[in-house]
Design a binder for this molecule. Structure first.
Ligand SMILES: Cc1cc2nc3c(=O)[nH]c(=O)nc-3n(C[C@H](O)[C@H](O)[C@H](O)COP(=O)(O)OP(=O)(O)OC[C@H]3O[C@@H](n4cnc5c(N)ncnc54)[C@H](O)[C@@H]3O)c2cc1C
Length: 399
């Protein structure tokens, strides 16, 4: 398949937005739809997404309002917003503690199918992505293939009108909540490692598929190892041609980055740190000064993010957009989460809430520690900081 010839999903730059009118509409909606229990679930988020039931409910409310897929074209059920509107919306959600969605379907697979899927794949999968009825996990990493993703060895052998998949994926966030997975698998040993890869959509209820939990440092269960023992996936579930999976996967990763607002995630943690500092009236002046400095850094980061979105450098995969935002954003995220943990003080020593309660420590401290541990992963997932530096370095050196 000639990918260049496929129609690209236009992330609309749109007409100039009347920010005030748009924000008024968003705030009015949040005021009604974002109920106290949903706000509580958003505030209580310790991992990369909120409690899954609360997230599903929030997704449903967004879907009913027509806002489940903010930057998808209206023709495909999206809101058709500009990237700036999406940024403002995500910021407002962060300021109001909306749940963080487990939304690989909306963020990455949906736009990919609109761009590169068959008419049948779009008809079958897009409605479930929009409504939130289908949850999609990402089966890319393997025990020996992370940064070097083209080293995947999970093998798919074609038998009649299906592929039989055998191997293992790891660090699969939300595999235990998902009913579907998009994955890259090896269908041939090409001259170059990326030549024999194929992009498949797999039903998580397939016989031979096993999900094994991986428990995080704070006792959380967010990711998993997934094993495939001759798992069957129909050929009609292949996106792109056999052997062209690397091109498809790269485009999916670009779409995922361009559909993200890292500053909104950081703002949530900053809000929590600020709230904790209000509680501790005798907060050490050094910590108070760092809180103010990080708030200013976040304002600056938001300005950079908006600039990159306006120039379209995130969607285009230009390292000045995607890699720099990922690198700076991950580091700022970690600095803020670390400060929140320090503000919590000795109560943060118990990373497990149950332990905090047992030992008479403030459970909010345990939450700050759990969040700090989770955010350590920000410089690893979606491409490590070292890999982002390589990409930026190569670009700047013209290599
Ligand atoms: C919270 C979390 C959620 C995740 N969710 C998913 C998911 O849902 N689906 C999925 O498929 N994957 C997921 N991942 C996996 C993630 O994509 C990988 O962990 C990441 O790509 C790094 O791969 P790795 O862990 O194999 O580390 P490695 O690639 O083995 O890297 C180890 C170290 O070596 C460094 N390194 C490697 N290569 C180079 C190089 N060329 N130059 C300089 N330094 C290098 C790395 O920066 C790192 O410090 C998740 C990871 C985390 C932490």
């Amino acid at each position: 398949m000639n990918v260049a010839a496929q129609s690209r999903v236009q992330m609309p730059s749109g007409p100039p937005v009347d920010d005030a009118a748009f924000l008024a509409e968003v705030r009015a909606f949040l005021g009604v739809a974002l109920t106290a229990d949903l706000r509580e679930a958003g505030r209580g988020t310790l991992g990369v997404h909120s409690d899954i039931a609360a997230g599903r409910l929030w997704h449903r409310r967004l879907f009913e309002r027509g806002w489940a897929a903010p930057v998808w074209p209206i023709a495909w059920g999206g809101a058709g917003w500009s990237m700036r509107q999406k940024f403002l919306f995500d910021r407002e959600c962060a300021l109001n503690d909306a749940p963080i969605l487990f939304a690989g379907g909306v963020r990455s697979l949906g736009p990919l199918l609109i761009e590169m899927g068959t008419p049948e794949q779009r008809a079958r999968f897009i409605p479930g992505i929009l409504s939130g009825d289908d949850l999609w996990c990402q089966g890319f990493s393997e025990p020996s293939a992370g940064s070097d993703l083209v080293a995947v060895t999970t093998r798919a052998v074609r038998v009649g009108d299906c592929y039989r998949v055998t191997g293992s994926k790891i660090w699969t966030t939300g595999a235990h909540h998902s009913n579907r997975m998009f994955a890259i698998v090896r269908t041939a040993d090409g001259e170059k490692p990326h030549h024999g890869l194929t992009f498949l959509l797999i039903d998580m209820a397939s016989p031979g598929l096993t999900v094994v939990p991986i428990i995080g440092l704070a006792g959380d269960h967010e990711f998993n190892q997934v094993f495939f023992d001759a798992v069957e996936a129909p050929v009609r579930n292949r996106v792109g041609d056999e052997g062209c999976g690397w091109t498809v996967a790269k485009r999916l990763m670009q779409l995922a980055r361009s559909n993200n607002t890292p500053s909104a995630l950081i703002r949530r943690v900053l809000r929590r740190a600020a709230a904790a500092s209000d509680v501790g009236a005798d907060l050490e002046p050094g910590l108070r000064a760092r809180l103010a400095a990080l708030a200013i850094e976040l304002e600056a980061f938001e300005a950079v993010e908006l600039h990159a979105l306006a120039r379209g450098t995130v969607d285009a995969g230009d390292p000045r957009g995607s890699s720099m935002l990922k690198l700076i954003g991950s580091e700022l995220h970690q600095k803020v989460a670390e400060l929140a943990m320090q503000i919590a003080g000795p109560a943060a020593a118990a990373a497990l809430q149950a332990l905090a309660v047992e030992t008479g420590l403030d459970p909010r401290g345990a939450k700050a520690m759990a969040k700090h541990l989770c955010v350590r992963a920000a410089s690893v997932y979606s491409g490590t900081s070292e890999i982002q530096r390589n990409v930026i370095g190569k670009y700047l050196l013209g290599a």
